[in-house]
Structure formats: C-alpha cells, structure tokens
Design a protein around this ligand. Structure first.
Ligand SMILES: Cc1ncc(COP(=O)(O)O)c(C=O)c1O
Length: 379
C-alpha cells in the first residue's frame, strides 16, 4: 500500500467506541491494565502521530517530543564527557547556541566544520567524535550537504560516531537521510508537519532499535514528550502534509524566477534538487537584496501584505524574516558574518496563496523599498 494512503488511515483502536477520528486522550495516566500507563511515557495520540511519521519517512522508529529543540537536545544527551560533537557551520542559530553551550558545560569537544565538503569532514572528524550533526539544505543559504558521502567519511574516521541530519526544511517526504547512511534524523514538526503555525513539536527517527530505545528513555526521564493535544493536531496536519508539500514545491520555482528578474534582488538562494538526495523542494528560499537596500530592509518587509512577519514559517500562509535579527540573533555578529549572514539577507517562505498574488506583492514591496531610499543611494 502507498504509505500516503496508509498514513490517512492510521488509527489507534479505542475499544468499543469505534470513532471515525481518534479522539483526544487528554489524560495524564491510565488504568494499570492499559497498554499506556503514564502520558510522560506514551499516549495513544502520540503513538498515532509516530505511526504516521514512520509512514512519511519510511523509518522503523519515530519518537515525538515537545519541540524541534527538544529533539536536538534528546540527541545531544547521547554524548558523554570527553567525547566530541561535530556540526556544520551553517545551521539554525538556536541549534548552534545549544550545541556550543551544551559542549562547554559538559566537557565535550565541539568542532565546527564545513560539511558541504566531504574532504573537510575527513580532515576534521577526530577518533573521539560521537555525533556529527548537520542540516541539508542548510539554514540559511540552502547549501547541500551530500549525506551519503559525509556519512561514509564520518563512519570511516570515527566508527562509533552517529550521523544526525536535521531534515526540517527538506522534510522526510522529499529527502530520506536514513536511506543514505544517516543514523538519526531530527525534524521540527512546528514547521511543515504542522503547516499552520499553530502547534509545536519535534521528531527523532531512526532505523536502529537500540537508538530508538535510548531516545525514548531520555524522553521519559527528561520529561520532554509531546503533549496529547499537540500530537492530535499534528496527526491531523499530517493528513494533508504530502498535498501541501507538493503545492509548496510547485510554487517554488515560479517564485524564484520572479525574484531573480527583479533589479533590487542581488541573488536568490535555492537548494540543489538533484533527484537523488533531494527529490523535490518547496517553501523557503533566501534572497540577498541590493546592498543599497540595507536601510530599507524593514520597509520592504513591512510593505508586504501577504507575508506574515516574525518567526512563523513553513505554513499555509507566506512569511518573511531577516535571519540577522531573527533566526540567527543568538549568534554574535562575527559568527553571523563568518556564516555569510548579512543584513540584506531575507528569508521568504511561500504559502499556498495564488502565486500571481505573491509575485505582485513582492514586486510592489521591492519597488516601494527602493523608492523610500534617499536620492543619492536610489540609483
Ligand atoms: C532547521 C531547524 N531545526 C530546528 C529548529 C527548532 O525547532 P522548534 O522551533 O520546533 O524547537 C528550527 C526552528 O526554526 C529549524 O529551523
């Protein structure tokens, strides 16, 4: 059966009641004869969500936690003092801060490498490396980390190391890191899985039963399980997830071409959809605006009528943000500059609106921002 069909029909059995939709089990505990015993360990809504995620990803195991950051934190807890963590330099700002702080606090070595280059990985991975974590495409700039080549290099240099891919932006529909040699995947379900900017969640997936068991143990004792209501909402969102993602992907190329043609856009960053690692892509891109627009970046974002401001993204509604002051605010200016994040870098996320409306909105906002510049820098 097509996993997308199976995903729609996933249901945990509710003895005797036969509801068409699994109800919300808003309870913290169960009778001792139940297969669930305490919601901090598991819950029917969480189980159903995890089954649906396994369908999307094709993974053997999925573990749902409260947020994407909780998923990354659970993975970090596999580390022991004296071991090393290697991470790609281009990464979500809060992930970078979490890794740096966690390593400093627990006596773990932290190596920031360029994972887009397998030779740099070969040179940078030390025998004591236990975790190698990266996003692909990266946040920001959407660069590709070749999962298969990097996993090979990491495992050759440090056989005990676990390769962890943050698959939030590609999503498990379009990219399957576990099939390419990764040991663990992490997803912020707050983004495309939710798709409506109304719920938070995180997932850790793996094909290794020992790792799944360890992550479940960490979740139970660390208390980071997803709450039943969020699981229920996310499970509902997942029913339209493949449909939404295909629409995001359809819109994407058209929007990138439109932006490239505007004279106030210096560069458009899109990922490499090679058909092998990444089968399709949609939603988020980055634009480097004309440097003259630096004082007018706020004006540009404010002039957009169809794009929400703030950290909201990967939703049915479009959004705009400046990584410098938003997603990467927790990095120092120096760290941001080193990662190629300047003030004129803007993140756009296209929702499900009519692409013609989005194009018209972008054009009028770019034109307005240009018009608002002082005469000497307008040209
Ligand atoms: C790539 C990536 N990973 C992890 C996270 C963290 O997810 P959450 O906000 O659900 O904790 C984010 C959030 O933006 C992200 O972009």
């Amino acid at each position: 059966m097509n996993p997308e069909t199976r995903l729609l029909h996933r249901k945990v059995p509710v003895a005797g009641a036969h509801p068409n939709v699994t109800p919300l089990f808003q309870c913290s505990s169960f009778f001792s004869d139940s297969e669930w015993f305490y919601t901090r360990k598991s819950n029917p809504n969480v189980d159903e969500l995890e089954a649906a995620v396994r369908d999307v990803e094709g993974s053997a195991h999925a573990v749902a936690v409260a947020t994407g950051m909780a998923a990354l934190s659970a993975v970090l807890r596999l580390l022991r003092p004296g071991e090393r963590l290697a991470a790609n330099g281009l990464i979500y700002g809060c992930s970078y801060r979490l890794f740096a702080d966690f390593c400093a606090q627990y006596g773990i070595g932290f190596d920031v490498l360029d994972f887009t280059d397998p030779a740099a990985v070969r040179a940078g991975i030390r025998p004591g490396t236990r975790l190698a974590i990266f996003e692909t495409p990266t946040n920001p700039l959407l660069r590709t980390v070749p999962i298969e080549a990097v996993a090979r290099e990491v495992h050759a240099a440090a056989p005990e190391a676990l390769v962890v891919v943050d698959n939030t932006w590609a999503t498990p529909l379009f990219q399957k890191p576990l099939e390419l040699g990764a040991d663990l995947c992490v997803v912020s379900a707050t983004k495309f899985f939710s798709g409506h900017s109304d719920v938070m969640g995180g997932l850790v997936t793996t094909n290794r039963p020992d790792l799944a068991e360890e992550i479940r143990r960490i979740r139970f004792y660390g208390g980071s399980i997803l709450d039943p209501h969020s699981a229920w909402l996310l499970r509902r969102s997942l029913q339209t997830f493949p449909l939404r993602m295909r629409r995001h992907a359809e819109t994407f190329g058209e929007m990138a071409a439109h932006l490239r043609a505007h004279p106030r856009v210096r560069r458009v960053y899109v990922p490499d959809v090679d058909g092998r690692q990444l089968s399709a892509y949609g939603g988020i891109l980055f634009v480097e605006l004309d440097p003259a627009l630096e004082p007018a970046v706020e004006a540009f974002m404010d002039s957009l009528r169809l794009f929400e401001r703030g950290t909201s993204m990967a939703s049915v509604v479009s959004s705009v943000a400046q990584p410098w002051s938003g997603s990467h605010l927790s990095m120092t200016e120096e760290e941001k500059r080193r990662a190629g994040i300047g003030k004129t870098l803007v993140r756009l996320c296209f929702g499900l609106e009519d692409p013609a409306d989005l194009k018209a909105d972008l054009t009028q906002a770019l034109d307005r921002a240009g018009a608002a510049l002082p005469a000497e820098v307008k040209a």
